[in-house]
Design a protein around this ligand. Structure first.
Ligand code: OAK
Length: 841
């Protein structure tokens, strides 16, 4: 019998001629095709940028094949899926990552070389998509890589901002921000989905009615905007799985206001439409601080609403009841930024799907889980009830209802304990009542987690103490990790090769089983190995030296200790303490007679990089101070090459890939109890840099894994920090020793030019405002720095320490982290896409 569908499918397979080949000819043909037919450029002359674009399209073709196969397979098998909701995805460049993950980097390199292009040069042509601020956004990107690699059916959901994090320039030592319009030359990695759109409503009013005892709402009026999907394929490493990152862009609704237009208000009619596009136009540039701005809440709800509708639509394709929703879908909230998603699901279930409250609540509760990324009070989101009530009136109703039911339970459990009831309320009372989004997220999720052991313990003891008491076991720990594909193999090919050669395994094996790096321990004193290791490091230092010259004009020596601190600029991270020490070192060098200097000081290049939030005055003052100190020291011929100081401008993922492999020492010196985890600390040890750091965040677990003897640990522990703060509060002011005083005096006396922007911070620190305990940790820090110099002089010992660090860094692969999320939170398992065949029949 004639089967039209089957014949059609077979024909299509035949036409497609199977998958794109990986031989040189096929790759070249695909690239040149894209030059001519996609870019419409001449195949006889195209520059590196054209070659990059055409190669990117040709790689994307491959990704789309496995992307389609993967999604079809998941749908056919009704696989349980994990959705990772985040306002930030700091992906970094995609080309090398894609080539490495689908294992065609060498064939592309050869194919391009053969037609006159160097693959490494093409990598440099890609813009760095920077849709995130720092740790939280980069973690999301590492998680996507691990989930695809571990074959976990996962989609990331977020916002496609037109402007990513600002570009940082340095003018006269000050940070200047300029917009990052990353889409100006198009984005070959994304697929625009004209067909995937949802309407999202704001403002308006709610009509309530009683539906057989259940109160339901009808939300009407207000503004409606369209959310349009853009997909970026996320290939797994060494697998046929390819996941998806779906980012939403806001567009105006198609109904154009002809009334307004015809009344002659052309600009008004257009303006309304532009207002819709404005929602996803720019990423908020604040790391760890709460905004409270309406546009930010709009961004949050906009992407959450589209995402929840998308997830429901996918579920409904294969299910006719709600009974299995939570068994088929797990939604992870990357901090509280997407917290409104749970309320949106509840709203849809109650008002649109007409479920009873208990059932709707159960589905939501069993679907959501929440990760907390900070204990800093200024980063804990609290939204004014006025703002929510105006923008999302029905959601505010539901939040009040949830709070009512929740507080009833608290009262039942702790009768008469009124202070506990007000402490735990989802609403902070006051003139301007606020919703505590972290508490809301705890109440609406089945599991909550912190991001390092110390951080998770602190959550239980401090901000979430009452919740831990009431829901024992609900708060878990999932120590962060980073993807070794990007953070060893891509950024440090020399080290990757050395590892493969030494442990006699293909990189494809150890990169997905990072604990096998332990075998390197046996070589930490092996002369041949150390020789090769040192060679890799010095090649990387040379690469960084060139980068520094190109981006700052500063000449740095390579035969000096490379001491690096790169992260967002924040008082709690204490770049300020770092630069105080640099000044101390400079003053010491100056005090030492010339002929004694070489024996007393190890030559050092101190490099500090990171962005300050544009409105954060103290952070900007720290940048200015670093630059002024650098200017003075680098031009002091008396100091020569003994000490150089560089502010690394515009720190971003692609810069990190050059900087981290070259570091010998890296600084992670936050006040104990402030850095939730840190993730660059993990990248640095994997690349053989030794940590100088405090017992904070994941440093604690790094010390456990690699041995405290392989780090330079110093500083107050959490209880000592608490005591010091209490003393400050009680009036203690005797904490500035003579050596620190000298440094303050040098700054004030103008040794480094006009750095008056820092004077406020100095004054505050001297007068009881040393909240981040710079003075408490300063002397232990000096001692640790002396130990650094002493160890570097014993170079074999230094190498042994850094090799031990690499060997025992396996725990910090994000694969391990994701496996723990899968087992303990999502209860989801791998679904392996079979190897594609020419024809599925
Ligand atoms: C940003 C905004 C709000 C709340 C937290 C953040 C954030 O970036 N937190 C960082 O998350 C990283 C990933 O978990 C941690 O490694 C950092 O320590 C933490 O500051």
């Amino acid at each position: 019998k004639y089967d039209e569908a089957k014949v059609g499918t077979e024909k299509l397979w035949e036409l497609m001629n199977s998958y794109i080949g990986s031989d040189k000819r096929s790759i070249q043909r695909s690239i040149v095709n894209h030059v001519e037919y996609t870019l419409a450029r001449s195949r006889f002359s195209f520059d590196d940028f054209g070659a990059y674009q055409a190669s990117a399209f040709s790689i994307r073709d491959r990704l789309i094949e496995s992307w389609n196969d993967t999604n079809e397979y998941f749908t056919t098998n009704d696989s349980k899926r994990v959705y990772y909701l985040s306002l930030e995805f700091l992906l970094g460049r995609l080309m090398q990552n894609a080539l490495v993950n689908i294992d065609v980097e060498e064939p592309y390199k050869d194919a391009l070389m053969d037609i006159g292009y160097k693959l490494e040069n093409l990598y440099e042509e890609e813009v760095d998509p920077a849709l995130g601020n720092g740790g939280l956004g980069r973690l999301a990107a590492c998680f996507l890589d691990s989930m695809a690699t571990l074959e976990i059916p996962n989609w990331g959901y977020g916002i496609r901002y037109d402007y990513g994090i600002f570009k940082q320039g340095i003018v006269d030592g000050y940070q200047v921000e300029s917009p990052d319009y990353w889409l100006s030359h198009g984005n070959p990695w994304e697929i625009e989905r004209q067909d995937v759109t949802y309407h999202v409503r704001f403002y308006g009013h709610v009509k309530k009615y009683n539906d057989g005892g259940v109160e339901r709402g009808v939300w009407e009026g207000g503004d409606v905007v369209v959310a349009q999907a853009y997909d970026t394929p996320i290939p797994g490493f060494n697998t046929f799985n390819c996941n998806n990152l779906r980012l939403w862009r806001s567009r105006p609704c198609n109904e154009f206001d002809f009334k307004q237009f015809n009344a002659g208000d052309y600009h008004g009619a257009i303006g309304e439409r532009q207002k819709a596009e404005y929602i996803t136009s720019v990423l908020y540039p604040n790391d760890s601080s709460e905004g409270g701005k309406e546009l930010r809440l709009k961004q949050q709800y906009f992407f959450c609403s589209a995402t929840i509708r998308d997830i429901i639509r996918r579920y409904k394709k294969t299910h006719s009841t709600w009974n299995f929703f939570h068994e088929k879908n797990q939604i992870q909230l990357n901090d509280t930024h997407p917290a409104i998603a749970s309320i949106e699901l509840l709203r849809i279930l109650i008002d649109e799907e007409k479920l009873p409250w208990d059932q709707a609540w159960g589905i939501m509760y069993k679907t959501f889980a929440y990760t907390n990324h900070t204990v800093l009070p200024e980063a804990l989101e609290k939204w004014s009830t006025k703002l929510i009530g105006n923008l999302l009136p029905r959601h505010l109703d539901l939040i009040y209802l949830i709070n009512f039911f929740f507080l009833e339970k608290v009262k039942q459990r702790y009768p008469g304990d009124n202070s506990r009831v007000s402490r735990m309320s989802l609403i902070e009372e006051g003139d301007d009542k606020k919703v505590r989004m972290a508490f809301l997220s705890i109440v609406c999720s089945h599991t909550v987690n912190g991001v390092a052991a110390l951080h998770s313990e602190l959550l239980k003891k401090t901000i979430f103490k009452d919740f831990d008491e009431m829901f024992p076991g609900k708060l878990q720990n999932k120590t962060n990790g980073v993807t070794p594909r990007r953070w060893i193999h891509c950024c440090n090919p020399g080290l990757s090769k050395l590892i493969s050669d030494t442990i006699m395994e293909e990189h494809t094996t150890w990169l997905t089983n990072l604990t096998s790096l332990r075998e390197l321990s046996a070589y930490s004193q092996d002369e041949d190995f150390i020789k090769r290791f040192v060679q890799v490091k010095s090649d990387n230092k040379l690469r960084l030296q060139k980068w520094v010259k190109e981006h700052t004009g500063i000449d740095i020596p390579t035969n000096a200790l490379y001491d690096v601190m790169v992260k967002r600029i924040h008082e709690y991270k204490r770049q300020f303490m770092n630069i105080l020490y640099v000044i101390h070192r400079y003053l010491q060098i100056k005090e030492t007679p010339q002929h004694e200097r070489a024996s007393k000081f190890v030559p050092r290049v101190v490099m500090i990089g990171g962005k300050a939030a544009p409105g954060y005055a103290n952070a900007k003052a720290i940048i200015k101070l670093i630059n002024s100190v650098a200017q003075k020291i680098n031009n002091d011929r008396d100091v020569g090459e003994l000490l150089k100081v560089v502010f690394l401008p515009n720190y971003c993922v692609s810069a990190a890939q050059i900087i981290i492999p070259a570091a010998e020492l890296s600084q992670h010196i936050s006040t104990a109890g402030t850095e939730a985890s840190g993730t660059s600390n993990m990248k640095f040890i994997m690349n053989g840099s030794i940590i100088i750091g405090t017992m904070d965040g994941a440093n604690v677990e790094i010390a456990e894994e690699i041995g405290a003897e392989n780090m330079f640990i110093f500083g107050a522990l959490v209880p000592e920090v608490d005591t010091f703060r209490k003393q400050l509060h009680d009036g203690r002011r005797d904490y500035i020793g003579s050596r620190l005083r000298k440094v303050f005096d040098a700054i004030r006396s103008g040794t480094f030019g006009d750095v008056s922007t820092i004077h406020g911070m100095l004054y505050s620190i001297e007068n009881g405002g040393d909240y981040y305990c710079v003075c408490l940790d300063y002397y232990p820090y000096l001692t640790a720095q002396e130990k650094v110099d002493e160890t570097y002089r014993d170079y074999p010992k230094w190498c042994k320490m850094s090799i031990e660090g690499i060997a025992k860094s396996g725990k910090f692969s994000s694969d391990r982290t994701i496996q723990e999320y899968c087992m303990d939170i999502w209860k989801v398992s791998a679904v392996s896409i079979p190897k594609p065949t020419t024809n599925p029949q």
